[in-house]
Design a protein around this ligand. Structure first.
Ligand code: SER
Length: 878
């Protein structure tokens, strides 16, 4: 059975059991402050478990793209070392939301594994939760009894809280679980050691395949457990491990999920995969695993960057490049070349990859190229370090190794490998200490303390009224205190609200809620999954009162102008540049709009002008908004609505149309009633944000008008200065040309003048005791000429002591030259001399022993400079 068929069979099995099959949620999360990436199939259903909103069906199944590289579930360092952990993996899952419970979950899991997939019963083990004193939880007897009816008791194991009590994070839905493990070892090994002894012992062939979680609790911030309103089932089966079991392989990497990738990289590097633990085997596993995580994250809209989720992706990518560089000898970008093989593999389940294949490859290539450059730089640095160390301790200290890691992306093993090759060692203990310090630092930076919700009333779903109204009468459903960067704030959930929560690029509303004449400012509104959360810096006095809620209307209106303009811009960009243009990011507030999109080259001025023109003509058409709510997603797609990759859409969507032949988008944001309200659009910048991603910044309405007025004002001033010529551009051009010609003419006049000066000065040279002395006032057009002449005299005349007190267009300047042979014989130093002389012109200067200059403020002192210079020279030449 190939992997495609296995996936399909899983979904079909649960479809037959009345489960609705839903698409995978994006792997990169947008509205969950507690998580960066989807780390379990249940993430997208968190609100259903907590009772914050209702599912479309009480039974759901899917395959979910998961990434476990940060937070509570982090497998990154194991990946590649072993044969069954991954960064990105698919989790097959079935869910019951207050519907069936343990019995069906256990029986169906057994039926699927043993009947449909025909896995050998005698090699399967089940574990159940053995209870926990701290949480005051008993053994899960119910699960135990259910398993007892299916398998012999010696294959049921009781597990502790770590293995058999599943939690999403530090807080959130959780419950006891029952895991199914499989023993894939050869029979002779099983005869020696029973599988029972190896369950949960990190044995590569005795692995967990399926986890059946019986969700019953919510873990609160204080650590206590709160019973959920209903009992749910959340199961998760590792797809790659299931394939290993069904295809009877020894490793996930031997299944057809990974072999095409490994084969490709193996061919590219000329290194064979042996399936063992050699460095090259590990490298091939790391690369074939990481390319999946990187590609799907980028396809879901997460570009590699320097912070948060983007940084995690960048680190995974660098880990892959490093392994390729160190162990497979890749010196040129190679990861991006795997894309076609990978994209084809998932064309049926996750089409977002094949649809954006070129874009994803381009982003990866750019990252690889720049990281390879960094690696090379790091190698040069390491060479220098090794040269220093070789003659002393022969040990590279921990701080240096850490700097190589932190700045140049050198992992410890790479540094120590190179060090070893050069007969040196690295202080690993000190390196690890530095690592811990940094980890603690970044943990602190990321910390937000969140208190528990205080619930005042129970609500199923927050009603958002803000599409139709900017006011409401509401009550507070729940609230909690949070601490963000040391600041105490409160989060409030209302039973119904007109406040738009930040999403889809549009900023959250601000405004206030009022009761009994007392106003409480709402300083921001955000989403947490489906909850709308209002931020305040203080709680209202009477928390249980009824509140009038008022959105700041002018800010909202300006924001709407920019949001609708973004839709018009998106459509115009596709018109002008082509259909490859995809939204890659957007920010819409009351001041401006920022739109990131995939496109491979800088837009020309003509293209920008064309886009602007189209958008403005659509604005003038005053197209009425067509807003459809609750459209079945399939219908919306039929209407040609543009859906964004990496965005999570429900079964019913909102469609925003401005002219059905022009702009149709799936969008939850708020918009103008007709495009005329936007006034006009002005693009103020176009640039690059990442490989293959461009950014446009634009303004609308009053802001665009102001911008144009300012530009016009500048132009007017320029024209006035030029005496209002007919054609300002031509006038400036001829001005610039004229200026260049004049500059040339002046230069040649100056050169002539300087030459004449030189002749005059040469006549003033006096001979005294075989010294040639020139002390004179002079005038020069510029400082450059004075310097030039000083050097000419220095080069042409031997035994020279020269002081020129110059008038340079009204400013005094002194130049002192002493022939080099006199510097030591006469103990003369031009620099010291010029300092002394500069006092006479109220200035200062300095320079070398043979040439120095000084400037000053008092031109009347020049004659005194001459007097003083003569004295000084006399005193040394006598
Ligand atoms: N949430 C559980 C897990 O991730 C089962 O889906 O293992």
């Amino acid at each position: 059975m190939n992997s495609k068929l296995i996936r399909q069979k899983f979904l079909q099995f649960f479809k037959n059991k009345q489960h609705e099959i839903v698409p995978s949620a994006p792997m990169v999360l947008q509205n969950d402050p507690t998580l960066m990436f989807t780390n379990a199939g249940m993430n997208q259903f968190k609100d259903y478990f907590l009772g914050d909103s209702d599912p479309s069906s009480p039974r759901i199944a899917d395959t979910q793209k998961c990434l476990r590289v940060s937070g509570k579930h982090n497998d990154l360092e194991e990946v590649g070392m072993d044969t069954y952990h991954h960064t990105m993996f698919e989790m097959l899952g079935n869910w019951s939301f207050g519907d069936y419970f343990k019995k069906e979950a256990i029986e169906w899991a057994w039926e699927l594994l043993t009947k449909e997939f025909d896995l050998p019963k005698e090699r399967l083990y089940a574990s159940v939760f053995g209870g926990d004193q701290e949480d005051k939880m008993p053994l899960d007897q119910e699960a135990y009894d259910l398993w007892k009816q299916i398998i012999p008791e010696d294959r049921i194991l009781e597990g502790n809280k770590k293995d058999n009590f599943w939690e999403m994070g530090d807080t959130g839905p959780c419950g006891p679980c029952s895991e199914i493990h499989i023993d894939l070892r050869p029979q002779e090994e099983i005869d020696k050691v029973p599988g029972r002894d190896l369950v949960n012992m990190d044995h590569p062939q005795v692995v967990e395949v399926w986890n059946l979680v019986f969700m019953q609790f919510n873990r609160k911030a204080d650590g206590s457990l709160e019973k959920l309103p209903a009992q749910h089932v959340d199961t998760g089966m590792g797809f790659e491990r299931l394939c290993m079991a069904i295809q009877n392989k020894q490793s996930n990497y031997d299944t057809d999920v990974f072999t095409p990738l490994i084969d490709f990289v193996s061919k590219l590097s000329g290194v064979n995969y042996e399936g063992k633990d050699s460095k090259t085997d590990i490298a091939l596993r790391v690369i074939s695993d990481h390319i999946r995580a990187i590609s799907f994250a980028i396809a879901d809209g997460q570009l590699p960057s320097n912070n948060k989720a983007g940084y995690v992706i960048r680190r995974i990518l660098r880990r892959a490049v490093r392994y390729g560089y160190t162990f497979l000898n890749f010196r040129e970008p190679f990861l991006n070349k795997i894309l076609p093989t990978l994209a084809e593999q998932f064309d049926d389940v996750f089409p977002e990859l094949i649809a954006q294949q070129d874009f994803v490859a381009k982003v990866i290539k750019e990252e690889e190229t720049s990281f390879l450059r960094t690696l090379e730089k790091g190698l040069t640095k390491l060479d220098g370090i090794m040269t220093d160390v070789k003659s002393t301790s022969k040990t590279i200290d921990g701080k240096t190794a850490f700097e190589l890691y932190d700045t140049y992306g050198f992992p410890f093993d790479l540094t120590s490998l190179i060090a070893r090759e050069n007969g040196l060692t690295v202080n690993e203990e000190a390196f690890n200490k530095e690592m811990v310090v940094q980890k603690n630092r970044s943990k602190k930076d990321a910390e937000t303390a969140t208190g528990d919700w205080v619930e005042l009333m129970s609500i199923d779903q927050v009603l958002f009224l803000g599409y139709d109204s900017l006011t409401s009468t509401s009550k507070i459903a729940k609230y909690r205190a949070i601490e963000e960067k040391g600041k105490k704030l409160y989060q409030i959930v209302l039973d119904q609200t007109p406040f738009y929560a930040e999403s889809g690029g549009q900023v959250g509303d601000i405004g206030y809620i009022e009761s009994d004449g007392k106003k409480t400012s709402i300083i921001n509104t955000k989403k947490e999954n489906n909850l709308i959360i209002h931020f305040t810096s203080e709680l209202p006095t009477d928390i249980e009162a009824e509140f009038s809620c008022i959105v700041n209307a002018s800010k909202r209106k300006l924001t709407e102008n920019n949001h609708s303009a973004t839709h018009l811009l998106h459509a115009a960009l596709r018109d002008v540049l082509g259909d490859h243009v995809q939204q890659k990011g957007s920010l819409v507030n009351d001041k401006a709009l920022r739109f990131d999109f995939s496109h491979f080259s800088k837009m020309t001025d003509e293209e920008i002008a064309k886009v602007e023109k189209i958008v403005n003509s659509k604005i003038r058409e005053n197209i009425k908004l067509n807003e459809q709510r609750n459209v079945p997603i399939e219908d919306a797609k039929k209407q040609g609505a543009m859906a964004l990759f990496g965005e999570k859409y429900g079964d019913f969507v909102r469609v925003i149309t401005f002219d059905k032949n022009y702009s149709v988008e799936l969008c939850g944001g708020t918009h103008v009633q007709a495009t005329g309200q936007i006034g006009s659009l002005k693009i103020i910048s176009e640039g690059s944000v990442a490989a293959g991603v461009r950014r446009i910044e634009a303004i609308t309405a009053d802001k665009a008008e102001e911008y144009n007025n300012v530009q016009e004002g500048v132009l007017k001033q320029v024209s006035e200065i030029l005496n209002n010529p007919k054609d300002v551009v031509k006038a400036i051009e001829s001005l610039v040309n004229e200026r260049a010609e004049l500059a040339k003419a002046i230069e040649s006049v100056n050169a002539d003048k300087t030459k004449e000066q030189k002749v005059t000065l040469a006549k003033n040279i006096e001979e005294y005791n075989s010294y040639k002395i020139l002390v004179s006032e002079a005038s020069f057009p510029d400082a450059e000429s004075l310097k030039k002449i000083s050097f000419e005299f220095k080069n042409e005349i031997e035994n020279l002591i020269m002081v020129l007190a110059a008038n340079i267009s009204g400013k005094p300047q002194i130049s002192v030259v002493v022939s080099e042979n006199l510097v030591s014989t006469l103990d003369l130093h031009a620099g010291k001399m010029v300092k002394e002389l500069a006092k006479e012109i109220k200035g200062g200067g300095g320079g070398q022993p043979f040439f120095a200059t000084a400037g000053g403020k008092d031109i009347s002192g020049l004659s005194q400079v001459i007097v003083k210079a003569k004295e000084l020279i006399k005193s040394v030449t006598n």
